[in-house]
Ligand binder design. Structure first.
Ligand SMILES: CC(=O)SCCNC(=O)CCNC(=O)[C@H](O)C(C)(C)COP(=O)(O)OP(=O)(O)OC[C@H]1O[C@@H](n2cnc3c(N)ncnc32)[C@H](O)[C@@H]1OP(=O)(O)O
Ligand SMILES: O=C([O-])CC(=O)C(=O)O
Length: 455
């Protein structure tokens, strides 16, 4: 586009925006008047019950006389408390992600033989189709790894000989291939992004047989392939903690909505990736780092609570940061007193901060966690109990492990692909599931068509 054309287009866009704004205001009072479940939430903030699942359970409060009573958070995979699951494999000095994937997909902890066979299956399936990297990742790079991942997942449809077969063997075959391939796509998309957008050399490392998903990820994204066992174990733990979060979280629900129409797995998972990218969902881990950049710059004395509160108030009033009005890493749709994942990650963040000499930064994170509820109350009058969510400390852990920021949300996807696949298969196979189709109250008045020469 030439300069003059660009200016004309910008001018036209401004007038189109004005036109849009003139005719598209919806009075928020309608939500109450028509009892609309804003964000599919009941008036007390609990989620509208939209389905039945055996895969994961998220608990953050209990109901007493119809009131929500805040409680410490619990996350359960297939009936097993995640804290117990983590203690189990960490205590036995093993990687846990593959075992967690097996549990989430099939509903049972694997035996030693089943686990070995499943690990082998993942290894056998991580190779991308012939020329996929060249044609789908290198030729059409993206500055955003999540965007590239969504497009790549969708593109896998055309490399699949049997993409629309909804039989269980075919769905499981596709799910296992996706779980095995998503880390490879992320690693390659990241390498290509660095090459085309950051002027770095291009290196593509193939995953190695015999390594866990966490080891292979570190092996693939690092130029020199080097990583320590301690790093791999910590990344493995992060993957386990991010693998699943019930049927109602935005990305799993997006996946279930698409799956309920009977569409293919690639379309459903690509939608979930797109959802997870959002800054109010998985994209918050990257936003947390950006926000701390603003806080670290804007707050002179990191030990001065009043100065921190003042800056948090400016974030909420959209006067600072990315002007979204959000304090990233804080708040949750279900958790109130605590997010169990944040509790675990905070412990590791504290330990790592001590070894890396980053205690001051860790204390600043803790101050934001401690002061946000007070600031939310004073600025927005929001008295709901809010806690740090998983995204507050995951980024700090990744940063101290030397993992680049562009990979934070993609790493979430590397783990959550398991939950998405489990939810997809449940959505497709449970008898009684129907196409998901909620209603929208239409509030535009009827009017008659006006011929073009009379407008
Ligand atoms: C993996 C994950 O998805 S974890 C969540 C990651 N997201 C973030 O960290 C972004 C910051 N947090 C938020 O935006 C919210 O807390 C969410 C999206 C996580 C949950 O949203 P909701 O379920 O609507 O939260 P809740 O019912 O507690 O919100 C009540 C009010 O407090 C506001 N609020 C809650 N948390 C925050 C926050 N961190 N910053 C600013 N305002 C907040 C909400 O916007 C809402 O205001 P509104 O009534 O004007 O719309
Ligand atoms: O459950 C939610 O709303 C979001 C979340 O924490 C997750 O998906 O991990």
């Amino acid at each position: 586009m030439q300069n003059a054309e660009r200016e004309a287009f910008a001018g036209f866009l401004t007038s189109l925006c004005a036109e849009y704004q003139k005719h598209n205001q919806i009075d928020p009072a309608y939500y109450e008047r028509y009892n609309v479940k804003r964000g599919l939430r009941n008036a007390d903030g609990t989620g509208v019950m939209a389905g039945v699942t055996q895969i994961g359970n998220v608990m953050g409060y209990y109901l007493q006389d119809g009131e929500r009573v805040p409680a410490p958070g619990k996350l359960v995979y297939r009936g097993i408390d995640v804290e117990e699951l983590v203690d189990g494999f960490v205590g036995e000095d093993r990687f846990g992600f593959e075992e967690t994937a097996y549990l989430l997909l099939f509903g049972q902890l694997p035996t030693r033989e089943q686990l070995a066979a499943f690990q082998q299956l993942l290894t056998d399936n991580h190779t991308l189709p012939h020329m996929f990297t060249e044609d789908m990742i290198i030729k059409a790079p993206s500055p955003d790894v999540m965007n590239k991942l969504a497009r790549s997942v969708l593109a896998l449809y055309s490399y699949d000989d049997n993409p629309d077969d909804m039989s269980l063997p075919n769905q499981l075959r596709q799910a296992i291939q996706l779980i095995a391939r998503v880390p490879v796509i992320v690693a390659h998309a990241f390498a290509v992004k660095r090459h085309y957008y950051d002027d770095e050399s291009l290196y593509l490392h193939r995953p190695q047989p015999g390594l866990s998903v966490a080891e292979n990820f570190l092996y693939s994204v690092r130029h020199d392939n080097q990583f320590t066992q301690q790093e791999a174990r910590l990344l493995d733990l992060c993957l386990v903690l991010h693998a699943e979060h019930g049927g109602g979280n935005n990305s799993a629900f997006a996946c279930r909505v698409l799956s309920s129409s009977g569409t293919d797995i690639y379309s459903s998972i690509a939608a979930a990736v797109g959802s997870l990218k959002g800054p109010r969902h998985g994209g918050a881990n990257k936003k947390v780092m950006e926000m701390f950049g603003y806080i670290e710059e804007g707050v002179k004395d990191w030990k001065d609570d009043d100065e921190i509160k003042d800056f948090l108030g400016r974030l909420l009033r959209k006067e600072a940061g990315d002007r979204s009005g959000l304090i990233y890493g804080m708040g949750h749709a279900i958790y109130t007193l605590s997010d169990p994942r944040a509790v675990i990650l905070k412990k590791f963040a504290r330990q790592l901060a001590q070894t890396k000499g980053m205690e001051d930064e860790f204390q600043l994170y803790e101050a934001v966690e401690r002061l946000t509820p007070e600031v939310l109350l004073s600025v927005k009058g929001e008295s709901k109990v809010v806690c740090a969510n998983v995204d507050l400390f995951s980024g700090m852990v990744y940063k101290m492990m030397g993992i680049p920021q562009e990979l934070y949300t993609p790493l979430f996807a590397v783990a959550r692909i398991v939950g998405w696949c489990a939810h997809r298969i449940e959505e497709v196979y449970q008898p009684g599931n129907r196409i998901i189709r909620p209603a929208y109250k239409a509030v535009a008045p009827m009017r008659t068509f006006v011929p073009l020469n009379q407008r």
